[in-house]
Design a binder for this molecule. Sequence first.
Ligand code: GDP
Length: 452
Amino acid sequence: MVLNDLGSKLANALSSLSKHTVIDEEIMEDVLKEITKALLSADVNVQYVVQMKKNIVKAVDIDDLAGGINAKKMLEKAVFNELCNMLDGGDAKSEVKAKFVPKKGKPNVVMFVGLQGCGKTTTCTKYASYYARKGFKPALVCADTFRAGAFDQLKQNATKAKIPFYGSYTESDPAKIAAEGVQRFKEEKFDLIIVDTSGRHKQSEALFEEMRAVDEAVNPTMTIYTMDSSMGQMAKDQAEAFKSAVDVGAVIMTKTDGHSKGGGAIAAVAATKSPIIFVGTGEHLEDIEAFDTQPFVSRLLGLGDWQGLMEKLSDVVPEDQGQKLVDGITSGQFTMRLLYEQFQNITKMGPMSQVMSMIPGMADALPQGSERAGQAKIKRMLCLMDSMSDTELDTCNMKILTDKKRMIRIARGAGKTPQAYIELLEEFKRLAKMMKGMKGMKMPKEGSRGRG
Ligand code: GDP
């Protein structure tokens, strides 16, 4: 997950509190030191970190902490609130973000701007696929005539994602191509027309002029600024420069995977009061996460995000079936068949690490740092379940599932080792226990989710 490193450092600092029966000032100071260190190593501004520390100290009463019982919860809440403020500038409430959700049935025109290499073209396609999964009819327009090969790249991405596209090898005026493409897709009743503009190596007047010309030609309903998060705190100045050139509404932070500066970049951009609506988490099409502060922070601290998980589930299974599935899971009769269906759904829901991090305590269950290894593990387990009989699939009786003859037959039938089958059993036992935590959960209705 995004900022994995920061998250696990913060979660470790907080969980160290559980070791003590009495919390005194010294212990509290140690935990705060760990939290401060974690934030600084994620490149969060020093002054900001100092202020956060002060706010946390103010929010928790050391005398209340002394009992030790609720110490972790209290400190967790204070850290949670501070991180939320840091990541949305204390301003990006859900109503503000709702303005940047395309409207169904309207011809939404979304223009992407950003520097060359920031991940703009890749993000356009990720964004298009994300909304295609939500029932939109997206199309891509390549208005980048500056970079050789830009159209080919967009074409390749769009073809892979099965998204219609428009562009030209001969026309050199980006505003003209943009206008033509948008016009054509509007006539063809596409409801999410995404315009990819060109970038330069650094912000320059020529780039801004071109952006303004495309902006005038297509009159976008929303302009999204794409930014490479590896620039850390410098992100603030750059976001402000783009904001002053065109009417940037929202920001997508790319490349939040694989380096440690993401925390600083997200905090710096939040300070410009432009809401971050998505973060890019890898090079693949599905590596994009909607950025919603509270669930994001909850997952960062290892507290899970049930609501997000249910929403994702409702993306891939029809509403009535979804509730039936959840009822099955929560009834205590967790069978191999339910696990099988669950894994099939999870593989449809998008990046595994993202889905798993929504389940409290599950973020660490997948092989560290590798989406592919996670997928391979799930595939291995699905394959073993394919080799099970109906009796085995429909039981939760461990005696049946650990019968030696059956174990050998299942593993052999799947072409896997007995160790792989044991790994499946362990996962089954753990998930069965965990799914009980979902008792009474209801599927959220579309758009019903708020940030509180
Ligand atoms: P553009 O010049 O802004 O259009 O950038 P591209 O879309 O061509 O992306 C530049 C490079 O960044 C490509 O190699 C992408 O695969 C990579 N990239 C884009 N987004 C992400 C991301 O979220 N994570 C990672 N790791 N790489 C990304």
